[in-house]
Design a protein. Structure first.
Length: 605
């Protein structure tokens, strides 16, 4: 390891109990793979596996369980195992186009090996969690060669990641932490090949974090000499930067071309006039408060997504202050000079965060450039701060304490530290937040899964979002997949939703039939309360599609009976606990008389 220590900071394994505890918790190591390091690493891995096992219990608790974000980013991967699924599907085509190449390739490989993509998505988070743990441990050891500090950093990071739904989602953002930590590790090792490979992988799995990495490499080209900034004279710095930029360009250009099929991206000025981006919208970006927009907003806030959870993450903010007192806190002298990487990441994250706001939506969502890197930095800096303070306390206790008291103080300190790390989650039971969705209508999914693979379902029901993952059938439109970033995609989605509202609530059978023929609908799915005004006005997503939604609600209030409502019972293909699946074929065979009565000439069953 490229870390230097003072001679008196490194001690052989002591004999006295107090000294053994101090040696275990606060003494640096001189060898990378000694018994103490392997012990703490093993504990870190065990904890990571434990959290993953909690998620797996939920994931495999039922046949119809899948993570919430799978309804956007994973559903189309079923076509990798069965090429007849999601063909000529606008929604699937869009999410395929915006998915990074490495991500889709990984799922294709799994499908080629005979692993069902949805099954694979449940196992993947455990592997990513283990990779994250190992690289976090290794990075921490590069910054401060104390295994207990490395363990604490992995503990905090794992808690933070599993208490959010990013890692467990098995979507592109699940790869952020393992890849960025790998980037940090190889950069600390000054490995050109390792750094460039991780840069390429970031571009292949989550391009947003790649921009932060390139910013870090650019900052490393500037050195402070006598408090003046000068360009680095180190050839390796320039080599890594040039190679990384080249690889990033090669990776990103095909991705930009592919995703532009549904472009252009909506501009900030356009988005401010779209209800989808305003409060009560599908993707709330423009919030009313300054603090919420810039600091806490889920899509734009610098510290959104519970960056400071668990609460011990706040201790990481103390590290810059603690480093001002090396005499009072002797362990600071054991911190590697390469810890300058942390402020470089902070600066790069902030610059890209500002750039993302100035170029809103063109660099994706601003919060993605700070939240992910800050979470990692806080875990590392908090762990270092905790061990520095623990060491200072033990040194203070050792000075005047009787020999019998010292072991008690050391043991109590270690116990309190461990309790602070795990007790809040152990008491509340909130170790993980998987946001797994359990399908509540298995008979519906099984029925649709037996229909032709190109069957298209139209529905305004929330249940429509579950059909691509549980029934593996296409839907015309759905709230979860109605993402308004790319105008070429969302204009079609919006038109589909408006057409569906018009047809579903029209009293004229001909309009409903024309809609079915236009889109090639096989079934319409309706809730029991679909034909009430409150169904429309009480759904924020439906109310985005104006004036169609207001007009439909007004007709229902006036007592107008939609043609579809008259056919729900006559053309029901399946009834399932508050839902009715209506056969489009049956509707096409219906006739409407001049007085508004509707008859079905040829039943669908």
């Amino acid at each position: 390891m490229q870390v230097t220590y003072r001679q008196n900071d490194v001690e052989a394994p002591p004999r006295a109990l107090a000294e053994q505890l101090e040696w275990l918790f606060v003494k640096p190591v001189t060898k990378l793979f000694d018994a103490r390091t392997m012990l703490w690493l093993a504990l870190a891995i065990v904890f990571s596996v434990y959290l993953a096992s909690l998620a797996l219990q939920q994931a495999f608790s039922s046949q119809f369980v899948l993570q919430d974000d799978a309804r956007q980013h994973i559903f189309y991967t079923a076509s990798f195992a069965d090429a007849d699924l999601f063909t000529h599907d606008l929604i699937a085509d869009y999410f395929r186009s915006v998915a990074p190449a490495g991500y889709t390739s990984l799922y294709k490989i799994a499908a080629t090996l005979g692993i069902d993509p949805f099954y694979f998505s449940k196992l993947l988070p455990m592997a990513l969690g283990l990779i994250t743990t190992i690289f976090c441990f290794a990075v921490s050891m590069r910054l401060l060669a104390i295994p207990s500090a490395a363990f604490v950093s992995t503990l905090l990071l794992n808690e933070s990641l599993w208490m959010r739904n990013g890692l467990v989602s098995a979507t592109p953002r699940a790869f952020i932490s393992p890849l960025f930590l790998a980037f940090m590790f190889y950069l600390l090792r000054e490995s050109v090949i390792g750094t460039v490979i991780t840069v390429a992988l970031m571009g292949l799995f989550f391009p947003s974090i790649l921009i932060v990495a390139i910013g870090v490499l650019a900052l490393r080209l500037i050195k402070l000499e006598r408090r003046r900034p000068k360009f680095s004279r180190e050839r390796r710095d320039w080599l890594i930067f040039a190679a990384a930029v080249t690889v990033a360009a090669l990776v990103m250009i095909p991705y930009a071309i592919q995703s532009s099929r549904f472009g252009p991206v909506v501009s900030a000025s356009e988005a401010r006039s779209m209800p989808e981006f305003l409060p009560k919208g599908r993707m709330v970006v423009f919030r009313q408060g300054f603090i919420e927009y810039w600091f806490t907003g889920s899509h734009t806030g610098m510290f959104s997504s519970a960056v400071f959870s668990p609460f011990l993450m706040y201790i990481g903010l103390l590290l810059p202050v603690l480093m001002l007192f090396p005499k009072q806190l002797p362990l600071i002298r054991s911190i590697s000079g390469k810890i300058t990487l942390l402020p470089q990441i902070v600066l790069s994250s902030l610059v890209t965060f500002i750039a993302a706001n100035l170029l809103l939506f063109h660099l994706y969502l601003p919060s993605r450039f700070t939240v992910n890197s800050f979470r990692i930095l806080l875990a590392l800096s908090s762990a270092i701060s905790i061990i520095i303070l623990l060491d200072a306390f033990l040194r203070w206790a050792r000075k005047g304490s009787p020999s019998l008291v010292r072991p008690l103080i050391a043991a109590a300190s270690a116990a309190l530290l461990f309790a602070a790390l795990v007790l809040p989650q152990a008491v509340t039971g909130s170790w993980i937040d998987t946001r797994y969705k359990k399908g509540e209508h298995p008979e519906l999914y099984e029925f649709l899964s037996r229909q032709p693979k190109d069957a298209l379902v139209a529905s305004l029901s929330n249940e429509a979002d579950n059909l691509p993952v549980f029934a593996r059938r296409s839907i015309l439109v759905g709230k979860e997949t109605a993402i308004p970033f790319h105008k070429g995609y969302y204009s079609q989605i919006r038109q589909r939703a408006i057409d569906l509202i018009h047809a579903q609530y029209s009293p004229h059978l001909s309009e409903l039939q024309s809609f079915i023929q236009k889109y090639g609908i096989a079934f319409l799915l309706v809730d029991d309360d679909t034909f009430t005004p409150e169904y429309i006005t009480g759904d924020k997503w439906i109310m985005l599609f104006q004036p169609a939604a207001k007009e439909a609600a007004a007709k229902l209030k006036e007592g107008v009976v939609p043609a579809l409502q008259k056919l729900v019972e006559k053309c029901a293909a399946l009834k399932a606990n508050g839902l009715t699946l209506v056969s489009a074929e049956c509707i096409l065979n219906a006739k409407q008389s001049d007085d508004g009565n509707i008859t079905v000439q040829s039943p669908s069953q």
